[in-house]
Write a protein that binds this ligand. Structure first.
Ligand code: PEP
Length: 262
């Protein structure tokens, strides 16, 4: 079953942020795998994005138990190698079978000074290394109240996709994450989330053309949990969810991935 505008499977992604050591990560991914069945994987793609120190351990579990969950990362540097103390190169992630990398999460933009230019360089580096970027865009509460949400998001989409081929954009994921909804327990209404995701798709159409806009997957993120997943994920322009807090609880996250059953 494919839902939404793209006809592709929705993508439900768990961003673990800076939580879980590698033992806890193994336990979480195993518990999650017990809660999901082949029927689930037939209709949704599921990815987990542990901290760097957990990735190898989670990869080993996914491989050993043949769990069809996609391995993700939360960040990488945009250079291939070099004197960048503390950073991780995209090729290092690709070697660990990482398939999806989050780029431009609002926490990285706000707390670590990532600019639109850096995010764009990162998107290109992820694609160059045969992985899929999840490009995050979204407005602050002040910007929303000032009526600037659409302008902000359009600017981030344009900047993030600059110089990326149309085919690569079509294979990408963009996460619309209103910053005021991340980790706050406040969620955009399904109508607002739909309108903003449709707006993101329109911005992609303008930058990369109709084919890319038709196939890019657009996630909603911001306090998604089992109780609100279905009403958000059944909106026509919402092709999945980027989930923070609720992805740390296997049962809650599994229920989000199984939103069609609830
Ligand atoms: C996120 O980390 O991208 C996120 C949306 O977090 P939460 O689900 O906790 O709001």
């Amino acid at each position: 079953m494919a839902e939404g505008a793209t006809g592709r499977k929705p993508l439900i992604s768990g961003n673990w942020k800076m939580h879980n050591n590698h033992f806890e990560a193994i336990q979480l991914v195993q518990t999650l795998s017990y809660a999901l069945s082949d029927d689930d994987y037939a209709v949704v793609d599921v990815s987990v994005h542990p901290p760097f120190t957990d990735i190898r351990s989670v990869q080993t579990v996914l491989d050993a138990d043949r769990i069809p969950m996609l391995l993700g990362a939360q960040h990488c540097h945009f250079e291939e190698k070099g004197a960048f103390t503390g950073e991780v190169a995209p090729a290092m992630l690709a070697k660990l079978n990482v398939k999806l990398v989050i780029a431009g999460h609002s926490e990285r933009r706000e707390l670590f000074g990532e600019t639109d230019e850096m995010v764009n360089a990162k998107v290109k580096a992820i694609i160059r290394n045969s992985m899929t970027p999840i490009l995050c865009v979204g407005e602050t509460l002040t910007e929303r109240e000032a009526g600037q949400a659409e302008t902000k998001v359009t600017g981030q989409v344009r900047a993030g996709l600059a110089g990326v081929t149309k085919a690569a954009v079509g294979a990408m994921v963009i996460a619309y994450e209103p910053i005021w909804a991340i980790g706050t327990g406040k969620t955009a209404t399904p109508e607002d989330a739909q309108a903003m995701c449709a707006h993101v798709r329109a911005a992609v159409r303008e930058v990369s053309g109709p084919d890319a806009a038709a196939s890019v997957r657009i996630q909603y993120g911001g306090s998604v949990k089992a109780a609100n997943a279905a009403e958000l994920l059944t909106q026509p322009d919402i092709d999945g969810a980027l989930v923070g807090g609720a992805s740390l609880e296997a049962e809650n996250f599994a229920r989000i991935a199984q939103y069609r059953l609830h």
